[in-house]
Design a protein around this ligand. Structure first.
Ligand code: HEM
Length: 493
C-alpha cells in the first residue's frame, strides 16, 4: 500500500481521523490508526472506530507504522478469501516486503516470512500441498479421536481433581489440544511439558523461539523418518504416503504447521468456551437447563471470541476495489475475523443468540479455509463437556473483572482461569468421564465396575455432539457380555 493510496476514493476522509501529528494516542503517520501500541490493548474498540470512520475496509498501521488495509466487513472478508484471482496468501507479493519497509527483524515476521507451506501457496502448488494435508486429515477416525479426547480429559482432570481447585488455562486448555494432536500425528509418547511450552513459544517470536522451533522440528523430523521406514495408520504416515509425494522436509514442515495451528487455535477456543460457561449466566443457565448444548456454546464463542482474531494477511495480485476502497497491486490486507463477525450489517444485535448459524469467519473460507475445523470443534465439544461432567460444581475462583487477557493482532486470549470445586476422587483415565456421584456410589476410584454390577452412567459428552455416533446406553441389567462389548467399543479396541 502506498501512502497516497490510503484515501484513493477521492473522498476527504481526513475529517474523519485526527490530522497528522495529532498528539492523540494510537494515531501515526498520515493520521492513520495504529493496530499496535498502548491503544491497541483493546483492538475491538480500534476496529469499531475504523469502521465508523472508513466503512468496511479501512487503512491502518501495523508495527513500525507499516500500512495495511483492515477488512472489517463480513461480506468483504468473504469476498477476499474466496477470490484467489485477486487476492493471494503469498507474502512475497507484498510491496512493503519488496521495498524493504518491512525489515527482517519486524515483530510480525513469524507471520510474514514466506515458506513452502500450503498456507502461503496458491494454484497447483496449493492443491498439491493442501491435498496431502486434507487427504491425511480425512483418514482420522473421528469416533476414535472423540474417545481419545475423553480419555485425555480424564487424565488431565485427575491431576487436579483432588485439590479442589485449578488454573484451567495452563492445566487444561493448553494441554488437551497437544495431547490430542500428538495422538493424531502418531507420537503420543512425545507429549510432555517441553512440547507444550515450545508450541506456546514458537508463534510469539520470542528470544527462546529458535530453541523451541529446533526442539519441535527435531521431534517431527524423527517421527517422519520413523514413519517413512515403517508406516502406521496415523496422520503422519498418510501424509508421507499421499500421492502428492511430499519430501521429508515438506512433511516435517507441514506437521509443524498443523501442530502449531491446531494447538494455538484450540487452546484459545477451550479457554474461551470455559470462560463463557463459567461466567455468562445466559450460558450457564441454558447449559444446566438443557436448552443449550456445549457444541452450541462453542459455536457462539466462535462468533464472539474467534480463536484467531485476524489472518495476516492477504495480498492484492492486481488493482481492484473492495468495500469502496481502491486496492493497489501489492497492497497488504488483514483479514478481520473478529471485526467481520460483529459487522452490524450481518449482526445488528451482537447480544442475539447465534444458535444454528455457522456463517462466522472463525475458520476463514475459500481455498485456504481451515481443513481441521472438525477436529478443533471436537476437542472443544468433547473436552469441555467431559470436564463439566467430572466437575459439575466447578466455578470461577475470582471476580470476573479480575480475569486478564493478552491481546495481539492475531489473537486475544485469557491469561489465567482459576476455578474451584469440591475435591473429587481420581478416575481411571482409560475410560470416559463418570459423574463423580456415580464413582462415590460405587466406592471405587477406578471405572473397573464388577461385572455383575450395572455399568456406571455413560458420559454426557459425546452424545451431545451433533454428528457424533450415538454412544450405546448400557442397559441396567446384568449382562456382562454386552458390557464387555461396550467397554471394548469405548476403548476403541
Ligand atoms: C478451533 C480451532 C481452529 C480454528 C479457529 C482454525 C482457524 C484457521 C484459520 C483462520 C486458518 C487460516 C485460513 C486462511 O488462510 O484464510 C486456518 C488454516 C489452517 N488450519 Fe485451522 N483452525 C483450527 C483448528 C485446526 C486444526 C485442529 C487443524 C489440523 C488438524 C488445522 C489445520 C489448518 C491448516 C493446515 C491450515 C492451512 C490451510 C491452507 O492454507 O490451505 N486447524 N485455520
Amino acid at each position: 500500500m502506498t501512502p497516497e493510496s490510503l484515501f484513493p476514493t477521492g473522498t476527504d476522509d481526513s475529517t474523519a481521523v485526527p490530522p497528522p501529528g495529532c498528539p492523540a494516542h494510537g494515531i501515526g503517520p498520515g493520521g492513520l490508526r495504529r493496530l499496535y501500541g498502548p491503544d491497541a490493548e483493546d483492538l475491538g474498540a480500534v476496529y469499531e472506530k475504523l469502521r465508523a470512520e472508513h466503512g468496511p475496509v479501512a487503512p491502518a498501521l501495523l508495527h513500525e507504522d507499516v500500512p495495511v488495509w483492515v477488512v472489517l466487513g463480513h461480506t468483504e472478508n468473504m469476498h477476499m478469501v474466496r477470490t484467489p484471482s485477486q487476492y493471494s496468501r503469498d507474502t512475497r507479493l507484498w510491496a512493503r516486503l519488496q521495498d524493504g519497509s518491512v525489515k527482517p527483524d519486524h515483530p510480525l515476521m513469524p507471520h510474514l516470512a514466506w515458506q513452502p507451506l500450503c498456507c502461503y501457496a496458491e494454484g497447483d502448488e496449493h492443491l498439491r500441498l493442501r491435498g496431502a494435508v486434507t487427504g491425511a486429515i480425512s483418514t482420522i477416525d473421528h469416533r476414535g479421536i472423540r474417545r481419545h479426547i475423553n480419555r485425555a480429559t480424564q487424565h488431565l482432570v485427575n491431576q487436579f481433581c483432588e485439590e479442589g481447585g485449578a488454573e484451567l488455562v495452563a492445566q487444561f486448555a493448553e494441554r488437551l489440544p497437544m495431547m490430542v494432536m500428538c495422538e493424531i500425528l502418531g507420537m503420543p509418547e512425545e507429549y510432555n511439558d517441553r512440547l507444550v511450552q515450545a508450541a506456546r513459544d514458537l508463534p510469539k517470536g520470542t528470544e527462546t523461539a529458535i530453541a523451541s522451533n529446533e526442539y519441535i522440528m527435531g521431534v517431527l523430523m524423527r517421527l517422519t523418518a520413523r514413519r517413512r521406514a515403517e508406516p502406521q495408520d496415523d496422520f503422519t504416515s498418510h501424509l508421507i504416503n499421499h500421492p502428492a509425494r511430499l519430501t521429508d522436509e515438506e512433511v516435517g514442515q507441514h506437521l509443524r504447521l498443523v501442530l502449531i495451528v491446531a494447538y494455538e487455535s484450540t487452546a484459545n477456543l477451550l479457554a474461551n468456551v470455559l470462560r463463557v460457561v463459567l461466567t455468562d449466566p445466559r450460558f450457564r443457565a441454558q447449559l444446566s437447563g438443557g436448552q443449550m448444548t456445549v457444541p452450541q456454546a462453542v459455536e457462539q464463542s466462535m462468533w464472539d471470541e474467534p480463536p484467531f482474531s485476524t489472518v495476516l494477511g492477504y495480498f492484492a495480485k492486481r488493482e481492484t476495489e473492495l468495500g469502496g476502497q481502491r486496492i493497489r497491486q501489492g497492497d497488504g490486507l488483514l483479514m478481520g475475523i473478529a471485526p467481520g463477525n460483529v459487522d452490524p450489517r450481518v449482526r445488528p444485535d451482537t447480544g442475539a443468540n447465534m444458535q444454528g448459524n455457522r456463517s462466522h469467519l472463525a475458520f476463514s473460507g475459500g481455498p485456504h479455509e481451515c481443513p481441521g475445523q472438525d477436529i478443533g470443534r471436537a476437542i472443544a465439544d468433547v473436552g469441555v463437556d467431559a470436564l463439566l461432567t467430572r466437575l459439575p460444581d466447578v466455578e470461577l475462583d475470582c471476580d470476573e473483572e479480575e480475569l486478564q487477557w493478552r491481546e495481539s493482532i492475531s489473537n486475544r486470549h485469557l491469561v489465567e482461569l482459576p476455578v474451584q470445586f469440591a475435591p473429587k476422587p481420581q478416575q481411571d483415565d482409560s475410560m470416559g468421564p463418570q459423574h463423580p456421584l456415580s464413582a462415590q456410589r460405587l466406592g471405587n476410584r477406578s471405572f473397573s465396575v464388577p461385572q455383575a454390577q450395572p455399568p456406571a452412567p455413560e458420559p454426557t459428552a459425546a452424545p451431545s455432539v451433533p454428528g457424533s455416533a450415538p454412544i450405546p446406553t448400557p442397559e441396567p441389567v446384568r449382562r456382562p457380555r454386552l458390557f464387555q462389548r461396550v467397554l471394548r467399543w469405548w476403548r476403541g479396541e
